[in-house]
Structures are given as structure tokens and as C-alpha cells.
Design a protein around this ligand. Structure first.
Ligand SMILES: [Zn+2]
Length: 175
């Protein structure tokens, strides 16, 4: 570590200790050139995750954007703000734990779908309708047909139909 005062290349670590929560380490350093002391802080560098879009563009992963998708999918569903936050945290942790630095938007979408499927059937159908773009009517049937009744014990058939109608490509303009 170069000395910030005189630019000398040789500095010595006099003391290292973790901060209160253990998330960082502070090192007291001493410059053998000018005798100044300074502190460096070492912490984990969270990976910069890149999302590869279907057209090949690479964009930085945005946690906020993921949060918005989850919010839209779960709007007016029995999923409160705290639960949404936990869903997003869980997804981000999975991404971090994967060790990959890139993920395709397709894979990311599938990961979100897999998560929502176990939480709320309607949220799942809404998200899937956007993610899969629902170009063909049979996609609707495939998605709705794949919903296990165990995913949501409340009667969901009507809700799921409504969500498909809402989320479909022929969304009424007045909304
Ligand atoms: Zn120095």
C-alpha cells in the first residue's frame, strides 16, 4: 500500500482488527519513508453482477428493478412489504452464492418464477406472463396448468383467470 502522504511504496501494518460487526478489517499502517500513520479498511467486494439481455446487451444487475418486478407481481396479493423484501433478499443471496458474474435475463426470470411459484399463484402467473411475453394463447394454458393446487390452498382458479386476463397482451387501455 503506497503512502498517501509521500507516495513511498513501503508501508508497514502495525495493527489489524475487525470492526464491530466483523464485516470489515481496519489496519493501522506506518510509512517507513515519512513516518506518517494512516488507516486502511478492508471489506468484501460484492460482485458486480451483469445481466445479459436476450438481444445480447449487458446491463448491471439492479436490485431495485428486481424489487419493482416483485412489487408489481404481488400487488394486491396477500404478500406484505416485509415479505417482498425477504423475497428480494433471498433472490439476491442466491445470485451472490452462485459465484457467477453474469446471468442471462432468461435464467434470472426463471429464478424469480421458481420463487414466486411457491409463494403466490397469482403473482407467479403475473410475473410469468411478462417474462414469457405470452405471445401464444397456449402459453397461458401451460402456465395455469402447471400451477399445483398445493401452491395456494385458497380457491385460486377465478383469481388466476383474472390475473391472466389482466396481465395478457390485450390489457384494456383504460387502466
Ligand atoms: Zn510516507
Amino acid at each position: 500500500m503506497r503512502c498517501p502522504f509521500c507516495g513511498h511504496e513501503d508501508t508497514q501494518v502495525k495493527d489489524s482488527r475487525p470492526n464491530e460487526d466483523g464485516a470489515a478489517i481496519r489496519r493501522r499502517r506506518f510509512c517507513t519513508g515519512c513516518g506518517q500513520r494512516f488507516t486502511t479498511i478492508e471489506r468484501v467486494q460484492l460482485r458486480e453482477l451483469v445481466v445479459i439481455k436476450s438481444d445480447g446487451r449487458r446491463v448491471p444487475f439492479e436490485r431495485d428493478k428486481l424489487g419493482r418486478s416483485i412489487r408489481i407481481a404481488t400487488a394486491k396479493r396477500p404478500v406484505d412489504e416485509e415479505r417482498r423484501e425477504r423475497i428480494v433478499n433471498g433472490l439476491v443471496r442466491q445470485l451472490e452464492a452462485s459465484g457467477e458474474t453474469e446471468i442471462s435475463s432468461t435464467e434470472l426470470g426463471r429464478l424469480v418464477m421458481d420463487t414466486l411459484r411457491g409463494i403466490d399463484a397469482v403473482a407467479y402467473v403475473r410475473f410469468a406472463s411478462v417474462y414469457r411475453d405470452f405471445r401464444e394463447a397456449r402459453d397461458f394454458e401451460a402456465i395455469v396448468g402447471s400451477l399445483s393446487p398445493a401452491a395456494d390452498p385458497s380457491p385460486t382458479a377465478g383469481d388466476a383467470d383474472a390475473a391472466v386476463a389482466e396481465a395478457g397482451p390485450h390489457r384494456p387501455k383504460r387502466r
